[in-house]
Design a binder for this molecule. Structure first.
Ligand SMILES: NC(=O)c1ccc[n+]([C@@H]2O[C@H](COP(=O)([O-])OP(=O)(O)OC[C@H]3O[C@@H](n4cnc5c(N)ncnc54)[C@H](O)[C@@H]3O)[C@@H](O)[C@H]2O)c1
Length: 327
C-alpha cells in the first residue's frame, strides 16, 4: 500500500516508518523537521513541509497519491501547550484539518491518527477504557480531542475508515540501539529527564508531586514500548484493509508504573541511584492514568510484547551510547 506518514521523522514516526517498510509498504514522509531528524527516516523519501502549508501538502498528496495516511505530525507537550495555546491549536488542529482535507480530496481510504490518553484527563477509573468520559485537562489534550472529532466527521462524510490510536507514554528504543528518541532540550518528559540526571547532564530529576493517592505517592503512568506502538499502526492498517471500522483505540501496556519506580529502574540500569527532588504537582498532569487495552486486542489484534525491563534497557543503551540524543 502507498502510505503517507506525517511526522515520520520524529520518535514514534521513525519507528512506524521502519515497521511499514518491513511490512512491504511504499512510504512517503512529510515532516517539517522541527523536532524530527532527516537521518531517522534513512533512505525513505522525505518531503520537508509544514502541515499548516496547504499548498505544500497538496503537492505531496498529488504526487504520491496515498491510499493510507498515518498522521503523527504535531506538538506534544501538555505543559508547553498551556503557554503556547495558539501554536498548539494551529499545528495540532488546523494542521490536522489540512491533512484531512487533502486525504478526502485525494480519495485516501484509511487514516490512522496519533491521539493521546490526554483526551481522558484524569480518568475516574483505571485502567481506563475507550468508553470513559473525555475531559482533557490541558490545551494539548483538547487539540487531540478536537482532531478525533474532525476525523470522525470526515470519515462519516467520505467513507474513509480510521483508527484514532490513543497512545499512552511512548518509551524505549530499538533493541540494537540503531533508533530511539531525540529529546529536545525543552522536553520535560520523564524518561529523558531521568536519563539526563542518570548521565550527570543535570544534577537531579524533578518529581512532580509525591502526594497522589498511589502506593508511593508519585503519579502512576502507562509506558508502552515504541516498537509495540509502531506495530499498532501496522495492525490498524491491516484491520482497516480487512473491512474493520475500528474507531478510537487505547494503545498502552496496561500496567501502571509509578514515577518513582521508573526512576529506580533507570538507576539500576545505569549502576547508580538517580538523584531526585520532589517539587510541586505540575498543572494539567493527571495523577493516575493507565490503559485498558482490551479493545486493541479485539479490534486490531494488537497486544504489547515488551515490558518495563525492555523499555528501560533499550532506552538506557540508546541514550548512554550517545548523550547528544538528550540535547
Ligand atoms: N510520545 C508520546 O508519548 C506520545 C503520546 C501520545 C501522543 N503522542 C503523539 O504522537 C505524535 C508523535 O509524537 P512523537 O513522540 O514521535 O513526537 P516527535 O516530536 O518526536 O515527532 C513529531 C514529528 O512531527 C513533526 N512536526 C511537528 N510539527 C510539524 C508541522 N507543523 N508540520 C510538519 N511536521 C511537524 C516533527 O518534526 C517530528 O518529526 C504526536 O502527534 C504526539 O502528540 C505522542
Amino acid at each position: 500500500m502507498r502510505v503517507l506518514v506525517t511526522g515520520g521523522a520524529g520518535y514514534v514516526g521513525s519507528f512506524t516508518v521502519r515497521e511499514l517498510c518491513a511490512a512491504g509498504h511504499e512510504v512517503l514522509v512529510v515532516d517539517n523537521l522541527s523536532t524530527g531528524r532527516r537521518a531517522a527516516v534513512g533512505d525513505v523519501p522525505l518531503i520537508v513541509a509544514d502541515i499548516r502549508d496547504e499548498a505544500a501538502l497538496g503537492q505531496a498528496f498529488g504526487g504520491f497519491k496515498p491510499e493510507a495516511v498515518i498522521h503523527l505530525a504535531g506538538l506534544k507537550s501538555s505543559e508547553e501547550s498551556l503557554s503556547q495555546l495558539r501554536t498548539y491549536f494551529e499545528v495540532n488542529v488546523t494542521g490536522t484539518l489540512h491533512v484531512l482535507n487533502e486525504s478526502a480530496g485525494h480519495g485516501v481510504e484509511f487514516f490512522v491518527f496519533s491521539s493521546s490518553c490526554a483526551v481522558y484527563g484524569t480518568p475516574h477509573i483505571c485502567p481506563v477504557d475507550e468508553q470513559a468520559a473525555l475531559r482533557p485537562e490541558n490545551p494539548y489534550g483538547e487539540t487531540k480531542h478536537i482532531s478525533e472529532r474532525l476525523i470522525e466527521w470526515y470519515a462519516r462524510t467520505t467513507g474513509m475508515r480510521y483508527v484514532n490510536l490513543r497512545y499512552f507514554n511512548a518509551a524505549g528504543a530499538a533493541g540494537d540501539a540503531s533508533l530511539g528518541e531525540f529529546a529536545v532540550e525543552r522536553s520535560r518528559q520523564l524518561v529523558p529527564m531521568t536519563m539526563r540526571a542518570a548521565l550527570g547532564i543535570v544534577p537531579e530529576v524533578q518529581v512532580y508531586g509525591d502526594d497522589y493517592p498511589t502506593p508511593d505517592g508519585t503519579a502512576l503512568r502507562d509506558f508502552v514500548h515504541v516498537v509495540d506502538l509502531a506495530r499498532a499502526h501496522i495492525a490498524s492498517m491491516k484491520a482497516l484493509a480487512q473491512g474493520q471500522r475500528a474507531g478510537c483505540i487505547n494503545v498502552g501496556q496496561g500496567t501502571p508504573v509509578s514515577v518513582a519506580q521508573l526512576i529506580a529502574e533507570i538507576g539500576k540500569a545505569s549502576g547508580r541511584e538517580v538523584p531526585m527532588r520532589v517539587v510541586g504537582r505540575r498543572p494539567g498532569d493527571p495523577g493516575l492514568s493507565w490503559a485498558d487495552n482490551t479493545l486493541a486486542k479485539e479490534q486490531i489484534g494488537w497486544s504489547p510484547e515488551f515490558g518495563l525491563p525492555d523499555i528501560v534497557a533499550t532506552a538506557w543503551a540508546w541514550h548512554s551510547g550517545d548523550p547528544a540524543t538528550l540535547r
